[in-house]
Design a protein around this ligand. Sequence first.
Ligand SMILES: Cc1ncc(C[n+]2csc(CCOP(=O)(O)OP(=O)(O)O)c2C)c(N)n1
Length: 654
Amino acid sequence: MPDESSSSGESSREFGADPDGIRRTDAAPATTYSTALLTGLAARGLSDVVVCPGSRSQALALAAAALEKAGMLHVHVRIDERSAAFFALGLGVETGRAAAVVTTSGSAVAHLHPAVLEAHHSGVPLLVLTADRPTELQGIRSNQTTVQPGIFGGAVRFERTVAAPTGDTSETDRAATLAAQALRAANGRGIAGPGPVHLNIAFREPLSSAVTVPPAANSSGSASPSPSATPSVAASPLPPGTLAKSGDVLSPNLALFGGGSVADGAADRGGGAGEGETAAQSTDDTDAVAQRPYVSTRFERPSAVLDRGPRTVVVAGHASGAAAEELAHAGSWPLIAEVTSGARFGRNLVVPYRELLSDPQFGGRIERVVVFGHPTLSREVPALLQRAEVEVVVVAPTGIEAYNPGRRARIVATASVADGSADRHWLGTWVVASRALVDAADRDAAPSLDDGHSHDPAARARFARAEFAAVRAPIDRRMLVEELWRSTWPHDRLVLAASRLIRVADAFVAGKKIPVHANRGLAGIDGTIATAHGIASAQQREGMPGVTRVLVGDLALLHDAGSLLGGHDELWPRLQVVVGNDGGGTIFDGLEVAQAAQRDVFDRVQYTPHNVDVAALATAYGWQHVLVTNRAELDKALTTPRDLPVIIEVLLER
Ligand SMILES: Cc1ncc(C[n+]2csc(CCOP(=O)(O)OP(=O)(O)O)c2C)c(N)n1
């Protein structure tokens, strides 16, 4: 039993006592269990719980609120579970640690699915805690009751359905053990890496009672636990493929990553199978056990030492991190770094990579590609990786799938460069050609400074006119992304929706070491604002400076309009939603279907026009709204400090 939940004889703090002052001594098992679970999670590093309202989940919600009062957690409240889950995803993106979401039973759980899928595919830690009905209410058309075990299919790293707590004294120990297992799985263990975890907990009436925060937890708790505060108490190991103690049901989905191998020691004892094998897991309480792909946490990918011979480029897809730039630098190889890679900087960077990959003199001569992260923003990169004569090395230390469009990549955990002399000519040709293309496309030729300083009134007037024209220039997509890029610094965050503008940014913005995020796991237009809100909340905690700017198309904004609603009385972080409003989804205008289909039909079912008044939308949710039409107004809007979140609207030509 973890120390923090042991009985020490110290007095406990109690929250939620009856208003008449009479202390209720009969704690509801639902509350005892929920408090133990959340205390266990907080003790192991969980810092944020996003609560959605509901009756069946009240014990978890009230316990979370009590732990917040005790300084152990931050609680955020969201009405919409989809929004809540993406908000938690954003917290996980920024902190690298799971945040938890609490929901009631029924369709509430299904609203978590988009964020769970995104977390699964992008490897972001996330913990979902769903309340369920007890077994006696299952299968009888009881209200708000559905099939919650296994609802997320193979998308969760670990899942456990817990039978309704009964008040048995062993339950608090088991809650603490489960907390440790769940956080370990969510925060990343073994080759699967971080991802979503689902704890589905049945509750029986009484659904809650006054919350008593265990004293040890009370004194040691911190609302901002440091990462080093993570597991200090070992959980009891679950042998792979075995059941938890009676009352708990291991989901068949647990088999996905090696049965009980997320429990301490199990993976190390070699219980898993190799990658590509399958395993079935039987449980007492579930008979629908699926055969699922089985990835052992034991399996490790090899490391590669790359010889210098082949003409090589390094591709940094989404969330590669700086390792891609380091390898390109060490190998003297051109670097193709997508805008959300975290590696878009350095001397080897090739911004106009699409053009050069399509050029036989450049792309045509590539012999080897080393890929980091998840490239999603061009057609040229996957086409390159499918060419039979090109060797492909994919660096993926963790992750459920490695990027492998040609299905013949060598997948490694790390890559380094062998000794020897670099082929500087190869790098030089790319860098020179890249610079030439960038210069040719440069539209920002500054007005001549000589004119500005001239004694000739005509020259000075010419300078003033040029300067005026530059700041009054109407905004187009490229200007929009370049101005955003220019305004953003390392202490800021930039979040890009899966609209057309992310591709424009990828095509044009220069190298700059700034944090850029996008939900590229599934490239959905859903949840962008909520994710950015989560990122901003985590980043700006404890007085940190910075602004989070979100660049969305109008459909991405409308899709996540519900996330403009924050928690009542919760402080907003500095958040700017910049919407490029072109009246619908113009990303589809660039597809072949735009030429092939009848115009009116195409517009109706692909472009999907709308007439939403964005200013009124902002007002409805208590946001500020600014409409900008030229560069000067845009710059001002991006740099003006505000007390409220703002939607900066830019009208764009279709
Ligand atoms: C959840 C989800 N539904 C549908 C899509 C398909 N989709 C991709 S881009 C897009 C339209 C984007 O429109 P908008 O945000 O206005 O940006 P624009 O293309 O106009 O720049 C849609 C519907 C998706 N990616 N995700």
